[in-house]
Ligand binder design. Sequence first.
Ligand code: PAF
Length: 286
Amino acid sequence: MSEPIVAPTIAAVRSAVRNARAGQGDRRIALVPTMGALHAGHLALVERARDIADVVVVSIFVNPLQFGQNEDLSSYPRSLERDVAALADVGADIVFTPTESEMYPNGPSATRITGGAAAGMLEGASRRGHFEGVLTVVAKLLHIVGPDVVVFGQKDAQQVFLVQRMVRDLDFPVRVEVVDTVRDEDGLALSSRNARFDPRQRSVARTVHTALEAAVSAADRGIDACVAAAQSALMGEPLIQLDYLAVVEPGTFQPVDDGFRGKVRILIAARVGDVRLIDNDLAHLG
Ligand code: PAF
């Protein structure tokens, strides 16, 4: 595979995309937004982008707007050179690597995109302002790159829901493509933050997936059985601090009522040591 074009500025990425579009025929552009520290989960997004578009743009930007004051912005893993090499291997064409001052030249932008009530629940309740930061930077990236399709991972289910709704509500001319969560052999969802686990924490962390599996298997017996199954798996592991366990309706992200039957998404957020984990799965409540 050839080396991707590395574009550190908005002008450079716009010009690279314009040149790529000017190639033969009507070339479809895909954008994969990331914060770097790439792992196989990100590379699966790039591979999907490769399958469905002619030109793949990957952005690498650790967006300060989506980190709260006590969160891990300064310790968030950064590995730009390794990331660009990995992207060359999977055939990315353009890598957009802006600095903070390139994206926010006047400091954090005053204009923000909020996601309504659904952005204040679950992840949004635990991480105030998080989704405002995510939606604002995703909107900027969509304006800067102008892709035909933007690719996200299902692991961040609430982010996917809010981005899909923003794209609909604000008429962004882009399709949102969602790729299944990539997992380690024991089921732990891949995440850049997993690099911070010590071996003991790493082995405990898989319990989040065990709990999800238990909840999915119990779902046909109703919501109480579903929640109890996840809780009992999580409570068996004292090193896990549960943040939330929620069962929502996939189309609205609203928690389901007792007695609800049908397709639901089960979401878990938990902390192991100082690493926060999120995961989710679909189930059918009977
Ligand atoms: O999912 C992420 O890595 C980030 O939230 C995103 C979409 C790249 C925005 O900064």
